[in-house]
Design a protein around this ligand. Structure first.
Ligand SMILES: *Cc1c(COP(=O)(O)O)cnc(C)c1O
Length: 221
C-alpha cells in the first residue's frame, strides 16, 4: 500500500492539473483496486468486459469505469448500464450498438474514437478517412444516446522516442482539426486519451489530456 501510494503520488506530481489519470487495473486482483480506491483514485481502466463487470459488481459505485480495450459489439450490453467512458470505438457498427444499449438504459454514454497511429500492424483503430466517414454519416448524426468526447490512440511500442513523439503530435493535430471541423461551438469534444507507462511524459508534452497507466502504478504484470 505504501509503495502504491508512492507510485500514485510520483505520477500525479508529473501530471498538469488538466490531465486525468486513469489507473489501468486489468489483470490486477480486486484487493489492489480496493487499495487504489482508498488512496483516492476513482478512474479505473479495464480492457476486458467480463473482468470489468466482475470488478464493478463488488467495488464502490462511485468508480469511473473506462473501457480501454477492443470492444466486441455483442458485449456492449453488459457494460452499458454503468460504463463511464468507452475509449475504443473503432467502427460505426460498434457506435450504433453503444447508442442502442445506452438508449435501453435511458442514458448517454461518452465515447472516444480510437485512431490508428502506430506503425505496428496489430493495433486496432480507425484511419482518418474512416473517422471522417463516421462523423459525416447520417446514422451518426441521428444518434441521441452517445456523445463523442474526443480521440484515443496508442503509439508504437518502441524505444524510438522521436517516432513515439511524432505519432502523438500527429494525433494531437488531428484532434484539433476534428474539433474545429465537427465540434465547433461545442465543449463535448475535449478528451485526448494518449500515453501509457512507457510514454506518458512524451504524450503530455504533446498535448494529452488523459493518460492510461498500469505498470508504473502496480508493477509488472
Ligand atoms: C494495458 C493498457 C494500458 C496500460 O499499459 P501500461 O504499460 O501497463 O501502463 C493503456 N492503454 C491500453 C489500451 C492498454 O491496453
Amino acid at each position: 500500500m505504501e509503495i502504491l501510494n508512492e507510485h500514485i503520488n510520483n505520477i500525479l506530481q508529473q501530471l498538469p492539473s488538466n490531465v486525468t489519470l486513469v489507473a489501468v487495473t486489468k489483470t490486477r486482483p480486486v484487493a489492489i483496486l480496493q487499495q487504489a480506491y482508498e488512496l483516492g483514485l476513482r478512474d479505473f481502466g479495464e480492457n476486458r468486459v467480463q473482468e470489468m463487470i466482475d470488478k464493478q459488481s463488488i467495488l464502490p459505485a462511485d468508480i469511473n469505469w473506462h473501457l480501454i480495450g477492443h470492444l466486441q459489439t455483442n458485449k456492449v450490453k453488459y457494460i452499458a448500464p454503468f460504463v463511464y467512458l468507452v475509449h475504443s470505438i473503432d467502427s460505426l457498427r460498434l457506435l450504433e450498438e453503444v447508442n442502442r444499449q445506452a438508449e435501453k438504459h435511458n442514458r448517454i454514454i461518452d465515447c472516444l474514437l480510437q485512431i490508428y497511429i502506430a506503425t505496428e500492424e496489430s493495433k486496432f483503430g480507425l484511419d482518418e478517412p474512416e473517422l471522417k466517414v463516421i462523423l459525416e454519416s447520417a446514422i451518426y448524426k441521428s444518434m441521441n444516446n452517445i456523445r463523442i468526447c474526443g480521440l484515443m490512440g496508442m503509439a508504437s511500442f518502441s524505444d524510438d522516442t522521436a517516432l513515439v513523439r511524432r505519432e502523438f503530435a500527429h494525433l494531437k493535430s488531428l484532434f484539433e482539426e476534428i474539433k474545429s471541423a465537427y465540434f465547433a461551438g461545442s465543449t463535448d469534444f475535449s478528451i485526448l486519451s494518449m500515453g501509457m507507462s512507457g510514454d506518458y511524459q512524451i504524450a503530455i508534452e504533446e498535448g494529452s489530456s488523459l493518460v492510461r497507466i498500469g505498470t508504473a502504478l502496480f508493477g509488472e504484470r
